[in-house]
Design a protein around this ligand. Structure first.
Ligand SMILES: [Mg+2]
Length: 210
């Protein structure tokens, strides 16, 4: 059987909160003495609150220059130093073996501007061998790059695992099973369909096995 498990990277295979929090805090440090409580940041971020509004909330009304910050964030988000803050979630090797045994090809499907840095990161983390293929898509303006890429490539038995609306939209558009994981930047309220919400990709794989 030819079936594929498409697995998102940021927020699914790696915890990206330390990177996102660190970039915002380093921005604040340029001009202020303000500190950004990590737990509070994560809590608000998962509710879909934007970084400038999180600062406003945590730092007692402080306002950052949004345009200036957006440029700063864009320059840093895929910088090698900040990418090194990402932490592997769970056990990719276990998921890979189990998915293979269930008959799935395992494909990492991620949206990043820099394919080179993504591949460097996957190599540095030592998890390259736990994917049969790695696909890096540049984000598209007002379009779902994963939907665009997968058009004409999807089989009905395929599945997708991810932490955002992007992957859930793929599942909806192609009528395949989508699994939302709560390990990323968004809380379960962003999952859309409420019946396939899991803690992380390992629990998804265990569910598929059962
Ligand atoms: Mg993600």
């Amino acid at each position: 059987m030819n079936k594929t498990a498409y697995i998102d990277f940021d927020g699914t295979v790696v915890d990206v909160m330390p990177r996102y929090h660190g970039i915002l805090e380093s921005y604040l440090k340029r001009n202020t003495q303000l500190k950004l409580d990590y737990e509070k940041y994560c809590f608000l971020k998962k509710q879909g609150i934007k970084d400038h509004a999180i600062v406003h909330e945590i730092c007692k009304g402080y306002k950052i220059n949004i345009n200036d910050y957006v440029v700063f964030k864009g320059e840093n988000l895929e910088d090698r130093y900040w990418l090194s803050k990402d932490i592997i979630i769970g056990f990719p090797e276990v998921a890979y073996e189990k998915l293979n045994r269930l008959g799935y090809n395992v494909k990492l499907l991620t949206q990043r501007n820099s394919e080179r840095e993504l591949l460097y990161q996957v190599n540095s983390l030592g998890i390259k061998d736990f994917f049969d293929e790695i696909v890096v898509l540049k984000p598209l303006q007002e379009k779902n790059a994963k939907v665009s890429f997968l058009t004409d490539k999807i089989y009905s038995e395929d599945i997708i695992i991810g932490d955002s609306k992007i992957e859930m939209e793929v599942a909806d558009v192609f009528n395949i099973k989508g699994f939302f994981v709560e390990s990323g930047l968004w809380g379960a309220s962003f999952a859309g369909s409420k019946d396939r919400i899991f803690k992380d990709y390992n629990t998804v794989v265990n569910y598929l096995q059962s």
